[in-house]
Design a protein around this ligand. Sequence first.
Ligand SMILES: Cc1cc2nc3c(=O)[nH]c(=O)nc-3n(C[C@H](O)[C@H](O)[C@H](O)COP(=O)(O)OP(=O)(O)OC[C@H]3O[C@@H](n4cnc5c(N)ncnc54)[C@H](O)[C@@H]3O)c2cc1C
Length: 371
Amino acid sequence: MFDVAIVGAGIAGLICAQRLQHRGYQVVVLEKSRGLGGRMATRRLQGTWADHGIRCVEDQGKFSQALVETLLEQGVTHLWTDTLHRLDSGKLTESDRHPRYVAADGITTIAKFLASGLEIWRDQRVQAIASMPESAWNLTLESATLEKKNVTAKSLVLAIPAPQAALLIEPFAEQMPTLLAAVQSVEFAPCITAIAAYAPKPQSQMTEIPWRAIAGSEASDLAWIGLETTKHLDPSQSELTPVIVAQSSAQFAERYLEAADLQTVGQQLLATVQGLLPWLSPPEVLQVHRWRYGFVTKPIADTCLSTNQPLPLVCSGDWCGGNQIENALQSGWAAAEQMAILMQKLGIFGGDRSEDFADLLRALSFSYRQP
Ligand SMILES: Cc1cc2nc3c(=O)[nH]c(=O)nc-3n(C[C@H](O)[C@H](O)[C@H](O)COP(=O)(O)OP(=O)(O)OC[C@H]3O[C@@H](n4cnc5c(N)ncnc54)[C@H](O)[C@@H]3O)c2cc1C
């Protein structure tokens, strides 16, 4: 029996778990994938890698600023670029200028940093939740091999996209109608990502590429193109095998989300890249990933949602307050604070370690460095 079960090892779930664990609660994180980080995702391919979800980290507010500073101090991230290009009607221009940071071994290194010291059960999809008479949640888990097991906890945090949270809490509609209505009001847009690896090219040719990242215009099918190999700490080696990530607009993803032939969809996304760098194509490897819940388009105003009926439950994620890393961090933090209040009301006390977000990150830096 854990004090808190946290569903989802994305940024929000990891921050919430760390905060509660630091307050002295016994915490377990349940994650359906084998990897950590959720939409903070890195795909390994051809001896290299590509960030196919979050593109980079940047200062978006108080929480992300503290994270960026700590990650830089710890050598987890480095500056990637301070120039974003924009593609409008075939014309490439320099658009906004501010520093963007990446990790030398892929953006999931940041998730690994945030996960240090936590008990995380991977490859465990929470299929259903039930409240037991002995005042505990019972979670039914399923792994990729269809093996089933259960876990019990006194309280529960759902740090997953709102539509996935809604499925789990729908059976409790009578006990938590307001919370369920708020969760159901949230809307997400999908995104399709194409990851393309090309045949090695001479370094001179690669360094002539004037951009590292391009944002598409509102109306276009493309939202983002990233030259992934420039994210490496020593691009002189990696640039020889170019890897490009192309991410679709929401409209494009809505059109092709259920397409049976994703390779053709990926090629369509890469057509713009082909126009910009005709000497690069065709890709040697093309992988396509569907983000069904990619970007929040209609968030709620609160930083988390909570109830103690029938038992303590808190919902968290970027959709609580916005649609970016800053919101996920803030929501994870707020969810932990709210859960501590709910548990104290029930007489379940952790230690009383008051700390702010920067203190928590400093403590994580220490455990991250421990073997
Ligand atoms: C293509 C793309 C690019 C983006 N680029 C940026 C960017 O550059 N900058 C930025 O600020 N934001 C970006 N975002 C948004 C950013 O990714 C999110 O705001 C943030 O990652 C959300 O974190 P989260 O913890 O709320 O949710 P998630 O990252 O979605 O984490 C939820 C986790 O829960 C797990 N899960 C779900 N259901 C279950 C279940 N039933 N049982 C167990 N586990 C479950 C999932 O596997 C996942 O790991 C991007 C998003 C996409 C899709």
